[in-house]
Design a protein around this ligand. Structure first.
Ligand SMILES: Cc1ncc(C[n+]2csc(CCOP(=O)(O)OP(=O)(O)O)c2C)c(N)n1
Ligand SMILES: [Mg+2]
Length: 791
């Protein structure tokens, strides 16, 4: 043992055991990538032992394994409650290997026994058809972060740490991952983490120098510059650098002891000393070779410590016998005979290094949030209901009413600290300001007298990064808590890709019995496409609905409540639900209110239905006026009023849709309305004019197999926008009341004789509107002051 290896907190005996533990994890990682048989190399390797398809990532794995054994020591010595989040999730073999060595893997998957057969199955299943994925997938014990799409590790770590004061979240950030936008901004999460009431995040920047095929930016700037960057982000950077395992174990143990002491001191100062200063949390820059301990050269080219180590360091075992020798040599370098007994069990004196029970990172309950999930205490949403005195006769900002209810939710769950509201600087703008009045907005950075409602204990999380809002919320939900995310409709697209990943996680975990359901991810989209009076075109995009529609039916729910009471009912339902992604689209502008709270509940329960009070069809309509979304509903009802004048004997049925998925057939979505009921609402041969909040083709897509589809005529947003009046936005997209009324007349055969006159009326109406808007900069009084009238 070198002199340097003798210096440090580890006794020679513990150092040797920790190094052996690491060798075992590395051995099992390589075995997963390459082997399907001969798991302990009891005989020389042959081609029959090797998988036909070599799929996996080696480069990042030894670094992850190195950290795991160190966390194990620290957890035991300090009785830590620790979660391990791996940014480069392609290091899956390492996490599988370690959860196997600590015993949690075999407990969850008993067929992966602690013996030779178990190791053989462990190897074989990896990257094998219908086996396990190569990433830190939902199937991997201890994981809340798949890491397939890079960039979200740190933000997930912080989400997990909020309101978990006893949790330490160790988070490995890949140096390539660190180049992504979401990760680059995630460092700022430390301005929102309260050392008194939240847990700690321990970031490790895994500076192995390379990505798939390139060096990383952070590895090729001077070390001082990198340290300054981290200091600039508000951290206290520590460095661990080298490649001699024994020396590195000692240095790692020393640096981690210091870092954990720092964390303990920060927490003590805040919890016992009352310090409210934003601390400089420790973080580690770990500079180790990519593919550490792997083959140094293959075919004469350097592999260890290069990008060539990223995936499988060498293949072509059939074609190149020397590769087979290289594999055997590499695997034997870990000395498996010193790690496993003759039956294939991991040696007891090594296994001892791992913590026990729920302290094992593979068994930490926070990584299986559903185990810890407490249902939200819900106030009675009816207490927040809007009184309806005459249909549509008074205007209310629907989302403001929702804000009052969410405030009630916050108050009811204050003691549990398990509910937060997230938004990119738009909570007040989206009229959810009441959520802020209780606890304020989380903020650990400087405050000035001019600031309002910033608080170290705020439960509203505002940061101008949709990525961070989404990532924090995901981390918060995945560890068993609840949340609500409000966002401008157009800009929610920024997290399209993140929601894809979360939807995948929900889909897969639904099928994993030991994973318990977590709270749903709830979105409110406001500041909608139709009401961007001054913001204009850049702020107009209802396409997130289309995006979510592509996800699995058992994961996604989409609601477009037309008024405040339906919004309350929908939100209550969403907050109680589990394991969904709920999208609520509702406007924040003053708008007419249609349904009493009892009617709203009944309407939302079926998800869609005829509004009898707005219809005059006596069960046999000439035309159905469908509507979905608050502005389209308003325009549809206004069109009905116009039709009463233009064609008084026309029998019109108004059908409003709250639950978009109800339009699909039950075979496509569990909320789908049975065909018989659908045909009752939309009779197969009756023309239907449908005003939709979003892109019109979506309604066709949802209903293409319905009997009335040939009769369905949809109006929606067709990418016409500019800075103009609210009603002109409707006109530009042909979803305005004049257009809808004209559509109805043109589609009812018995009104054919009226069609020309109606066209004329339409042109004149639009002309009048255009001239007025151009002249006055505002909508016509008859539009602005319009009210629903009966009959
Ligand atoms: C957002 C995203 N872009 C691209 C990829 C493809 N990809 C997979 S691994 C990788 C390189 C990662 O490098 P680094 O973060 O340094 O991880 P490590 O070196 O530890 O493997 C890339 C680009 C991805 N997984 N996610
Ligand atoms: Mg790297």
């Amino acid at each position: 043992m070198s002199e340097a290896a003798n210096k440090g907190p580890l006794s020679p005996e513990l150092l040797a055991r920790m190094n052996a533990y690491w060798r075992a994890a590395n051995y099992l990682s390589v075995g997963q990538i390459y082997l399907k048989d001969n798991p302990l190399l009891e005989r020389p390797l042959t081609l029959d032992d090797v998988k036909p398809r070599l799929l996996g990532h080696w480069g990042t794995t030894p670094g992850l394994n190195f950290l795991y054994v160190h966390w194990n020591r620290l957890i035991r010595e300090r009785d830590l409650n620790m979660l391990y989040i791996i940014g480069p999730g392609h290091g899956g073999p390492g996490l599988v290997a370690n959860t196997y060595l600590e015993g949690s893997y075999s407990e969850i998957y008993p067929h992966i026994e602690q013996n030779k057969d178990g190791i053989k199955r462990l190897f074989r299943q990896f990257s094998w058809p219908y086996g396990i994925p190569s990433h830190v997938a939902p199937e991997t014990p201890g994981s809340i972060h798949e890491g397939g799409e890079l960039g979200y590790s740190l933000v997930h770590a912080y989400g997990a740490a909020f309101d978990n004061p006893n949790l330490i979240v160790a988070c490995v950030v890949g140096d390539g991952e660190a180049e992504t936008g979401p990760l680059a901004t995630s460092w700022h999460s430390n301005k929102f983490l309260n050392p008194a009431t939240d847990g700690a995040v321990l970031p490790i920047l895994h500076l192995n120098g390379y990505k798939i095929a390139n060096p990383t930016v952070l590895a090729r700037i001077p070390h001082a510059e990198l340290e300054s960057l981290m200091r600039g982000y508000g951290y206290e950077p520590f460095t661990l650098e080298g490649d001699d395992p024994e020396v590195m174990h000692q240095q790692a143990a020393a640096v981690f002891d210091t870092m954990l002491d720092r964390i303990a001191a920060i927490q003590k100062a805040a919890r016992e000393g009352g310090s409210t200063e934003r601390p400089a949390w420790p973080m580690l820059i770990m500079r180790t070779p990519k593919g550490w301990t792997g083959p140094k050269f293959v075919d004469g080219k350097p592999v260890e410590n290069t990008w060539r180590a990223h995936q499988v360091p060498f293949a072509e075992l059939r074609e190149k016998p020397e590769h087979m020798r290289l594999l055997e040599e590499w695997m034997r370098s870990y000395k498996p005979e010193e790690l496993f007994d003759e039956k294939g069990a991991f040696l007891a004196e090594l296994a001892e290094i791992a913590p026990k029970g729920r302290r094992r990172m593979g068994m930490n309950a926070h990584a299986n949030g559903g185990l810890l999930l407490q249902p939200l205490k819900m106030p009675n949403f009816r207490d927040f209901a809007v009184k309806i005195e005459g249909r549509g006769q008074s205007d209310v900002e629907s989302t403001r009413v929702l804000g009052q209810m969410l405030h009630g939710v916050m108050e009811a769950n204050k003691a549990h600290k398990n509910f937060r509201v997230f938004g990119p600087d738009e909570t007040a703008s989206n009229r959810l300001g009441d959520t802020i009045t209780g606890t304020g907005k989380a903020w650990m950075a400087q405050t000035l007298p001019v600031d309002e409602n910033l608080s170290e204990t705020g439960r509203v999380m505002e940061v101008l990064s949709e990525h961070m809002c989404q990532g924090w919320l995901e981390g918060y939900l995945l560890t068993g808590r609840h949340g609500f995310f409000s966002c401008y409709e157009a800009f929610i697209h920024i997290i399209d890709s993140m929601v894809n990943q979360h939807a995948k996680w929900l889909k897969v975990t639904r099928g994993i019995p030991w994973r318990k359901p977590i709270a749903s991810l709830n979105y409110l989209l406001s500041s909608l496409v139709w009401r961007q009076d001054h913001n204009g075109f850049s702020h107009q995009d209802p396409g997130f609905i289309d995006h979510l529609m592509n996800k699995k039916a058992d994961v996604v729910r989409i609601y477009l409540p037309p008024d405040a009471n339906t919004l309350l009912s929908v939100a209550d339902h969403c907050l109680r639900s589990k394991h969904y992604i709920n999208l609520i689209v509702a406007g924040k502008q003053p708008a007419p209110q249609w349904l009493s709270i009892d009617e709203a509940v009944a309407h939302c329960t079926t998800g869609l239905g005829a509004w009898k009070w707005a219809s005059n069809d006596d069960g046999n309509p000439d035309v159905v006026m469908g509507c979905c979304g608050d502005v389209p509903t308003l325009e549809a009802l206004a069109a009905v009023c116009l039709l009463r004048k233009l064609a008084p004997d026309l029998k019109v049925r108004v059908v409003n849709v709250v639950d978009l998925m109800a339009l699909q057939q039950p075979s496509e979505h569990p909320h789908g309305l049975p065909d018989e009921d659908y045909d009752q609402l939309f009779p197969p041969s009756t023309p239907t004019v449908f005003a939709f909040h979003g892109y019109p083709w979506l309604i066709h897509r949802l209903t293409y197999r319905r009997h009335n589809h040939d009769q369905l005529h949809v109006r929606g947003y067709k990418e016409e926008g500019t800075t103009t009046t609210p009603f002109d936005m409707c006109v530009l997209n042909n979803i305005d009341r004049y257009q809808l009324a004209l559509d109805a007349i043109k589609r009812v055969p018995r009104l054919a004789a009226q069609a020309d006159a109606a066209e004329q009326w339409y042109s004149e109406s639009i002309q009048r509107h255009r001239l007025y808007v151009a002249e006055n900069g505002d909508d016509l009084p008859e539009i602005k002051d319009w009210r629903w009238t009966q009959g």
